[in-house]
Structures are given as structure tokens and as C-alpha cells.
Design a protein around this ligand. Structure first.
Ligand SMILES: *[C@@H]1O[C@H](CO)[C@@H](O)[C@H](O)[C@H]1NC(C)=O
Ligand SMILES: *[C@@H]1O[C@H](CO)[C@@H](O)[C@H](O)[C@H]1NC(C)=O
Ligand SMILES: *[C@@H]1O[C@H](CO)[C@@H](O)[C@H](O)[C@H]1NC(C)=O
Ligand SMILES: *[C@@H]1O[C@H](CO)[C@@H](O)[C@H](O)[C@H]1NC(C)=O
Ligand SMILES: *[C@@H]1O[C@H](CO)[C@@H](O)[C@H](O)[C@H]1NC(C)=O
Ligand SMILES: *[C@@H]1O[C@H](CO)[C@@H](O)[C@H](O)[C@H]1NC(C)=O
Ligand SMILES: *[C@@H]1O[C@H](CO)[C@@H](O)[C@H](O)[C@H]1NC(C)=O
Ligand SMILES: *[C@@H]1O[C@H](CO)[C@@H](O)[C@H](O)[C@H]1NC(C)=O
Ligand SMILES: *[C@@H]1O[C@H](CO)[C@@H](O)[C@H](O)[C@H]1NC(C)=O
Ligand SMILES: *[C@@H]1O[C@H](CO)[C@@H](O)[C@H](O)[C@H]1NC(C)=O
Length: 846
């Protein structure tokens, strides 16, 4: 019975998949997922080139702020086309924000026409436009421009859930825009790499760059408008770019006869492009130099993506057309034999290249000429597209990047897809891990924090005033945003801004789920990528942790602490906005994912980064701060694998005076990382963090969870298990198999001693974070020196190289080294620590 049902079910699924496939396959017309056509400043729909542009009214979802003024032309006759009849003028930077349902390349098309405006001279207005961290236009003005209107088309890869197009006026002036289009492009249309006419021969990672269409030609054919192209492109006739008019003659066939073969589809280019061409004016002239050349003025400071379209509609017999293709005077494609490549006539074909302009004068030429080896000397071209590639400043105009144009702009640049995938993987992992072993709170919660009403709080000491203000505003039912000194506490976000940044908490952007709530990837209006942590309103512990996190993080700024960008407490929300860490938690790089294994050197560098962060916490601020929740999920890695300590929700100010040695507190933290002494005595010191850090060290060395209940009893707790091996001096027996043979035993020994001291039973026996840092730096130096030596000495792994040791100077606070580890000598193992605590086996302590 069950089997039958299963079979039926499988059949059904297959049928659905199959139907889906057929439908997909036969679905000829491309319909873009994202398709915005906006007539700025208009009060009614505008039909232009067969498409309907809708007004950017206040009701629409895409305009963010700064409405500016709408200006509508009073007479139709003087305006080149309907889309230019209205525009919107801005005197302050203004953004249009478009929700993106499908990530990937999008057309961004902009229409400008300076209508007469009594208030401003729009002809001299400066137009600067930025989008997705790219500068599209920079200080453009119609004053020095020959045309009456300006049309721009860009292909921009959007990797987040929204695209913001920002219009920036220059000082004391205005800027304007008439029409905007944002439309999805099929993924297959634009490649990630293309042949370069220089070394290296392949131009890679095109997807990270933006493109601007500068020329798009239908050789020998009529003008094609967006009505004739399923992707809304315009193709113009090539006549005016031909170097020598008489060198070419056009030919055409019925467009219906064009036979598309995958990968070329009608989206690559409409059949009208392939059905017409230019061929050699006098094909049988026997002149080796004879060719057909198109000349294009370009900006010499940029590189260009060049796509050539071919379709042999003139040959009568196979292999009769063989020709050379040149860009500038370089051979781009020698002896191109279309029939040999595609095996038929009348079948479209295209080739992509990346090239510079030929000279400093800024001329790019494309030529086709007969191959001298061919019997029949002819050459053809059907279509040509030339697109400018954004430069190193991510600009299409000059060297000022978006940073220069927007003074407070922090771009983390567009993250690669890898980052997103990692983020998602991390998110899922974090969700699972949190579900398995979440923060545990032993002590009864303080009733004071069990307030279901979200009351605003004070951070500056003048709490009464602020509380009063916000209480009133909450009663009146409006947003209860407290005003904080923004320079000290990060930015206060409106809830709407957070909604926009995260596409209304789109689950596709979920990075992780924790005890506190959910973490989303977001994009701020200025393009900054952030991590948005949204507290669960029903989480009772949340409120206290939320406050702690803001209080702690707003006091702290350090390269190895995750920085808080701002927060939002509107509408009972508890939202924290952090810098985005592209490589996610350290743990996700250790086990349970497919991420590449970290090398020993990388691991040491990560330890050192995290240790610097903790050392700063303990010593850098006026009052020392104890993190209380040091673990591998709270050490995050940025795009360069630099470690930063995160999650200060449980942090606690340390002993405030010298005679006070600890803080009495309820035990909080995570299983597997808890300091046994703290657990027993409920007395918190910085050394509790040192213990947890010791667990992290072992976890990272061994590449296994701190607690793994599935393992045999003696192996469950990594602190116990690794210590027993460390005492035998055989840590290498249990380390991550991917490290075996790839690290220096001397470095490992130094590391093992350090970890062992961190895991000492009694806090007083543990080193300070400063000492730990110093030792880890030493272990790294041993690793680096030995790998350098290994290149000259083959048996170097079996003896300690006599290297001159220079103490590392990487941390800025002076460190007390007297009570710490004694460097360079083999300290006897402290045997009093034999009864190492195991939380799982022995969960007492209340
Ligand atoms: C404007 O166009 C949109 C989309 O095509 C359509 O939904 C709407 O009804 C039109 N409005 C008017 C007033 O024609
Ligand atoms: C401009 O032309 C459109 C139709 O093309 C018409 O609806 C509109 O009323 C005209 N506007 C003026 C000011 O003549
Ligand atoms: C913009 O261009 C104008 C001239 O067209 C120039 O005077 C002005 O300095 C430029 N502004 C910037 C910020 O480059
Ligand atoms: C504008 O057009 C005129 C004549 O058509 C030409 O001489 C001049 O160079 C052009 N200027 C620019 C900036 O293109
Ligand atoms: C822009 O305006 C501000 C104040 O209006 C002024 O301080 C600044 O110097 C101006 N910058 C330029 C480049 O004109
Ligand atoms: C080539 O094609 C263009 C556009 O279709 C047309 O205007 C022109 O007359 C043609 N020229 C020749 C020589 O056929
Ligand atoms: C392009 O579309 C317009 C409107 O549908 C049509 O009038 C024109 O003939 C088309 N051009 C070609 C070359 O098909
Ligand atoms: C080249 O031919 C086009 C038409 O195909 C014509 O408009 C143009 O004036 C010609 N140019 C020259 C230099 O003969
Ligand atoms: C194309 O022909 C022109 C002269 O018509 C010549 O100067 C040029 O070098 C030729 N280009 C190539 C790539 O052969
Ligand atoms: C273009 O020129 C730049 C600078 O000379 C060079 O680095 C780059 O490789 C060139 N690119 C191509 C595609 O030729």
C-alpha cells in the first residue's frame, strides 16, 4: 500500500516536473520578473514606444524620500517624445528604491530632457546618479551637450532585494529625471567572462562590473525600437559608423527564416538583427588589406565589452564564407567559418570580446575582412553591441567613486554570490545549532526585565528626561524613538528604513536564528550591506540583552569587535543593525558545512584577531568588560577572514575597583564553553572568558563541536578530551584531519600549552587575554618561520629552529606578563587541574 502510494507520488512529481519543463521550454516570450517603467513627475500613464510608464505618485512603493517638484511640459510639440513631457526636480539627494524579486542583471534605463522650468535653468543643472555602488553619471550637464535629450542604458547586477537609484544635485543647485526603467535581464544574456585582446586572454568576473550600452547596431537593417525587441533594446542602423560607405552593401532575408539554436535565442537579439547584414562592397577585390570597418568614438580610459552577431544568410553553399574579425587592428577571430562552428546556414551566432580603445584618442574600430586562404573573399556582420565596462572606481564617468560623491557613504561593495551562499548556509547551521544547544539561563530571571511592554531606555545618564519623552509618545500611539547622541550610539533607524533594507524581513535574506531573534541581511539606502538582528518581541530575556548590546557596543570601537551601526526601537521592535560579516561565524568553517577547510596559519590568525578583540574588552575600556559568551558562533569572519567578536548581549562590566576581584552574577553562557569555576561559585572574572576561549582554541584545532553528546562519554566534552591528549603531548592525534602534516609541530606545541593554560581549573592559574595573545602570536611566528625554513631544510619539522624571537607588538595595551605563561621554557604541567569540570556530566552549581 505504502509502496504504491509512494510510486504514485513519485510519478506525480515527475509529471509536474515534466510539464513544467515543457511549458518552460516552449515559453518563447521573455517576461521580466522585475519590470518598472516610471514616468517621473507625471500625473498619468504615459505610453512610449508601445510601453506604459506609470507615474511616480506618492502611492507607489518605489520612491523613498525627498519628493522634489513635478514639472510637466505645457506644450507637446517641443518635446521629443512623450516620456520627456514631465520630470521631477530635486534640490536635495533623492532616491528611487525598487524592490527586486529576482537577483541578477537588470537594465537600468534613464531618460533626461531639460524641460523649460520657471524656477530653475535645468539645462545647466548638474546630473549625478549612483546605483548599487556604481556611479552612472557624474556632473553631467546639458549645457555642453549636443543632443536635446539624454538616454542612458546600464546593465547592473543586483545582488540584494532592492535597487536604489540616487540622484544627487550639486551644491545649491537642482537635479532632475524624466523617466526610469528597471527591468530584469535573462541570466544567460551577459556572460561572466569574455575573450580579451590582451594578456591574460580571458577577461573574468564581468558579473561584478556594471555595463553601459554605448552602441547597439543592426547592420544593414532598420531601426529596431523597444517594441521590436523582447528586452526593450534599441538597435540603430550602422550606416553612420561605417568608415568607408562604399565598402559595404546590405542584404536581408525574411526574418521568419532565421533559425535560432540554443544558446542563441530571440532574447540574444531579435530576428531582425540576424535577418539583415552588411557584406563586402566588392567581395572579389583581391587586396589583402581590404576590409569593412566601423569606427566608434569611445572614452579611452575605459574598457569595452564588444559583442558581434553573425548569421550567414548570403552563402549558397557550406564553408564558402571564411573571414577574419578585428578589433582595432588586432585579430580578434581569425578564419571565422560560421558553417563549421554551427553546422548550418541562417543560424545565428555571436562572440564576445573585451577591448580597450585603439589609441589615446579614444577610437575603437571593428573590422571584418576576407581570409586570404578562403576561395570566396567575402565577410559579413549582422549586429554589434559595444558596452562600456565600469572602471576601478566603479564609475562610468571619471575616477570619483561613490564614496567621493556621497561623503558618508560606506560601501562594503557588492558581495559575491559566494558570500550569500555562505550566509545562507551559516544561517541554516546557526538555526540548527541554536535549536540544539541554545543559551542556557540557570538563575531565575529578574522580574524587572520581564516586561512585555517595550519601554525605551536611557543610555546617557539623563534617563528620566528621555524616558518621559518616549512614554508620552508611546501613549499617543506614535513611534517611540528615543533620541540619542547619534555620534556615540550609532544611528537610530526608522522602522520603515529597516523594512526597506530587509525587503520587509524577507526570509530569503535570513542569515541566522538565535535565542534573541532572527538575523537578516539588509541593504541600507546608501548601499551599505548590513546584518539586521530583529529581537523576538516575546523573548523575555531579549529586552535586557538588547539594552546591554547597545550600551556595550556603543562604548566600544575596535577592529576586532563587530561594530554596531545603529538600532531601532520603534513599534516595540528591538532591532540592531551591524556591519555585515561576509564569511559568517567561525564555526561554519570548522565542521558541518562544505566550506573549504582553514589552514593552520588562517586559524592562528583568526585566534589572534579574536584574542585582540577580547583583550581590548578586558583592558581597553575604562571599566573592563567580560563577554560571558565566547564561542565559535560569536566569532565572525569578514570577507578577508579577519575575526571579530560579536554578540555582547550577555556582557557584563567587570570588577570596578581594584579590591573587587569578581562580579557576582547569575550564571549565563553556553554549554561546553562555561568556566567551571564561574559555574560553581557564580563569580565572574575576565578569566571566565579566557576559559571559554580555551575551549574555542581546542574546538578549532580539532574541528569538532565543543560538546558532542553522540560521542563516547570521555569524548563528549572537548575541554576534557583535548586536555587529556594535551597532557600526553599528543594533541596531534585528535586534531582536525585536514591539518595533519600541514602544520609545524613546534607551533602546535606552543599552541597546546597556551590552550591548556586557558583551560586551567582555577581562574588564577589561567593567563590573561594579553598573555594568550602574546603566545598565539608566538605560535604563528613559529609556524611562519618554520615554513620559511622548510623550503631550505627538508628535515626542519623534526627540530626546533633556532630563530631569533622578536616579541610581537601587535597589541597596544601594555600587558602584564609576570603572572602568565613563561615564554620559551617548557613549563611543567600543572597536575592539580586533573579533575576538569564537565558540565554535561555534572550539572550542579545553583
Ligand atoms: C496605468 O498603467 C497601469 C499599468 O499598465 C494600469 O494598471 C493602470 O490602470 C493605468 N492607469 C490609468 C489611469 O490608465
Ligand atoms: C499632449 O499629448 C497627449 C496625447 O499625446 C494629450 O493627452 C495631452 O493632453 C497633450 N498635452 C498638451 C498640453 O497638449
Ligand atoms: C561640474 O561641472 C561644472 C562645469 O560643467 C564645473 O564647473 C563644476 O566644478 C563641476 N563640479 C564638480 C563637483 O566636479
Ligand atoms: C556638437 O555638434 C557640432 C556640429 O554638429 C560639432 O562641431 C561639435 O563638435 C559637437 N560638440 C560636441 C561636444 O560633441
Ligand atoms: C557647498 O555648500 C556648502 C554650504 O552651502 C559650502 O560650505 C561648501 O563650500 C560648498 N561646496 C562647494 C564645492 O561649493
Ligand atoms: C540598406 O538598408 C537600409 C535600412 O534598411 C536602407 O535604408 C538602405 O537603402 C539599404 N541600402 C542598400 C544599398 O540596399
Ligand atoms: C517595430 O514595431 C513597430 C510597432 O509594432 C512596427 O510598426 C514596426 O514595423 C516594427 N519594425 C520592425 C522592423 O519589425
Ligand atoms: C553613407 O550612406 C548613408 C546612407 O546609407 C548616407 O546617409 C551617408 O550620407 C553616406 N555617407 C557618406 C560619407 O557618403
Ligand atoms: C582595413 O582597411 C583599411 C583601409 O581600408 C586599412 O587601413 C586597415 O589597416 C585595414 N584593417 C585591417 C585590420 O586589416
Ligand atoms: C586595457 O588597458 C589597460 C591599461 O593599459 C590594461 O591594464 C588592460 O589589460 C587592457 N585591457 C584589455 C582588454 O586590453
Amino acid at each position: 500500500m505504502v509502496k504504491m502510494k509512494l510510486v504514485k507520488c513519485v510519478q506525480l512529481v515527475l509529471a509536474i516536473v515534466f510539464i513544467g519543463f515543457i511549458v518552460h521550454g516552449s515559453n518563447a516570450a521573455f517576461s521580466p520578473v522585475d519590470n518598472y517603467l516610471i514616468a517621473c513627475g507625471s500625473s498619468q500613464n504615459v505610453t512610449f514606444q508601445g510601453r506604459t510608464f506609470v507615474p511616480d505618485s506618492k502611492k507607489s512603493s518605489f520612491l523613498l524620500k525627498s519628493w522634489g517638484d513635478a514639472i510637466v511640459s505645457s506644450s507637446n510639440s517641443s518635446v521629443p517624445s512623450p516620456i520627456y513631457q514631465s520630470l521631477r526636480v530635486f534640490s536635495t539627494p533623492a532616491s528611487y528604491k525598487f524592490g527586486i524579486k529576482r537577483k541578477g542583471r537588470h537594465w537600468v534605463r534613464l531618460h533626461f530632457y531639460p524641460l523649460p522650468d520657471p524656477g530653475h535653468n535645468l539645462k545647466s543643472a548638474s546630473i549625478t546618479v549612483v546605483a548599487e555602488a556604481f556611479v552612472l553619471l557624474n556632473n553631467f550637464t546639458f549645457k555642453n551637450y549636443n543632443g536635446s535629450y539624454l538616454f542612458k542604458e546600464y546593465a547592473i547586477n543586483v545582488n540584494s532585494n532592492c535597487l536604489i537609484i540616487k540622484f544627487i544635485p550639486s551644491n545649491n543647485s537642482v537635479t532632475f529625471v524624466n523617466g526610469i526603467e528597471v527591468i530584469s535581464i535573462p541570466d544567460e544574456l551577459l556572460p561572466d567572462q569574455a575573450q580579451a585582446l590582451s594578456s591574460p586572454p580571458l577577461f573574468k568576473r564581468l558579473s561584478d562590473l556594471a555595463l553601459e550600452t554605448v552602441y547597439r547596431l543592426n547592420m544593414g537593417g532598420p531601426l529596431l525600437t523597444p517594441q521590436n525587441d523582447s528586452l526593450g533594446r534599441t538597435w540603430e542602423n550602422d550606416g553612420k559608423y561605417l568608415h568607408i560607405n562604399s565598402s559595404a552593401v546590405n542584404a536581408s532575408v525574411n526574418p521568419e527564416t532565421v533559425k535560432y539554436h540554443v544558446p542563441v535565442t530571440p532574447e540574444t537579439a531579435p530576428n531582425w538583427v540576424y535577418a539583415t547584414l552588411e557584406s563586402m562592397g566588392d567581395p572579389n577585390v583581391v587586396n589583402w588589406n581590404f576590409n569593412m570597418t566601423w569606427v566608434f568614438p569611445v572614452d579611452p580610459k575605459f574598457m569595452y565589452f564588444v559583442r558581434m552577431h553573425f548569421c550567414d544568410i548570403v552563402s549558397r553553399a557550406p564553408n564558402s564564407l571564411v573571414f577574419n574579425v578585428y578589433i582595432n587592428s588586432d585579430m580578434a577571430y581569425p578564419s571565422l567559418d560560421l558553417y563549421a562552428i554551427i553546422g548550418g546556414l541562417g543560424i545565428p551566432f555571436y562572440r564576445d570580446f573585451v577591448s580597450n580603445s585603439s589609441t589615446e584618442s579614444g577610437i575603437l574600430t571593428v573590422s571584418v575582412g576576407p581570409d586570404t586562404m578562403a576561395d570566396n573573399s567575402n565577410a559579413i556582420m549582422n549586429g554589434l553591441e559595444i558596452m562600456k565596462i565600469s572602471n576601478d572606481a566603479r564609475s562610468f564617468d571619471g575616477l570619483s567613486s561613490i564614496h567621493g560623491l556621497l561623503p558618508k557613504y560606506h560601501s562594503h561593495s557588492s558581495k559575491s554570490k559566494v558570500g550569500i551562499i555562505i550566509g545562507l548556509a551559516v544561517g541554516i547551521l546557526a538555526a540548527v545549532l541554536v535549536g540544539l544547544c541554545s543559551c542556557c539561563i540557570f538563575a531565575p530571571r529578574s522580574k524587572a526585565t520581564q516586561n512585555h511592554l517595550w519601554l525605551p531606555f536611557a543610555l546617557n545618564g539623563n534617563s528620566q528626561t528621555m524616558t518621559k519623552v518616549s512614554t508620552t509618545s508611546q501613549k499617543s500611539g506614535t513611534a517611540s524613538c528615543i533620541s540619542l547622541d547619534s555620534s556615540n550610539h550609532g544611528r537610530l533607524f526608522m522602522f520603515q528604513e529597516i523594512m526597506d533594507a530587509t525587503n520587509e524581513f524577507d526570509e530569503n535574506l535570513l542569515l541566522g536564528v538565535g535565542g534573541f531573534g532572527r538575523v537578516y541581511k539588509g541593504t541600507l539606502e546608501d548601499g551599505t550591506i548590513v546584518a539586521v538582528k530583529r529581537g523576538n518581541p516575546r523573548s523575555e530575556q531579549g529586552l535586557a540583552e538588547f539594552r546591554t548590546e547597545i550600551e556595550m557596543l556603543s562604548k566600544l570601537r575596535h577592529r576586532h569587535l563587530v561594530s554596531l551601526i545603529g538600532y531601532c526601537d520603534e513599534r516595540s521592535e528591538m532591532i540592531l543593525v551591524y556591519e555585515y560579516m561576509a564569511n559568517g561565524p567561525l564555526r561554519s568553517h570548522l565542521y558541518g558545512t562544505d566550506l573549504p577547510s582553514l589552514s593552520w596559519k588562517q586559524r592562528l590568525e583568526i585566534f589572534i584577531g579574536a584574542a585582540k578583540g577580547l583583550h581590548y574588552l578586558h583592558t581597553g575600556a575604562a571599566q573592563s568588560i567580560i563577554h560571558r559568551d565566547v564561542k565559535t558562533t560569536n566569532i565572525l569572519l569578514d570577507e578577508n577572514f579577519e575575526a571579530k567578536v560579536a554578540d555582547f548581549g550577555l556582557s557584563k562590566a567587570g570588577p570596578s575597583s581594584l579590591d573587587q576581584t569578581h562580579v557576582s552574577t547569575a550564571v549565563k553562557g553556553s554549554f561546553g564553553y562555561l568556566d567551571p569555576e564561574y559555574f560553581r561559585r557564580q563569580q565572574l572574572t575576565e578569566k571566565s572568558d579566557v576559559y571559554s576561549f580555551g575551549v574555542v582554541l581546542m574546538e578549532v584545532l580539532c574541528g569538532r563541536p565543543a560538546l558532542n553528546p553522540v560521542l563516547p562519554r570521555e569524548q563528549v566534552n572537548i575541554a576534557d578530551w583535548a586536555m587529556s591528549w594535551q597532557k600526553k603531548g599528543m594533541l596531534d592525534q585528535i586534531m582536525d584531519p585536514t591539518l595533519v602534516g600541514k602544520l609545524n609541530p613546534v607551533s602546535l606545541r606552543k599552541f597546546g600549552e597556551t590552550a591548556e593554560k586557558c583551560l586551567a581549573e582555577h581562574g588564577v592559574d589561567r593567563p590573561t587575554m594579553g598573555d594568550v595573545l602574546w603566545n598565539l602570536e608566538y605560535a604563528l611566528q613559529l609556524e611562519e618561520t618554520s615554513s620559511a625554513l622548510a623550503e631550505t631544510e627538508d628535515n626542519s619539522t623534526n627540530h626546533i629552529p633556532a630563530i631569533p624571537f622578536t616579541p610581537p607588538e601587535a597589541f597596544d595595551h601594555s600587558v602584564n606578563m609576570t603572572n602568565g605563561v613563561n615564554l620559551g621554557t617548557d613549563d611543567a604541567v600543572d597536575n592539580t587541574t586533573s579533575t576538569v569540570f564537565s558540565q554535561l556530566v555534572n550539572p550542579r552549581g545553583r
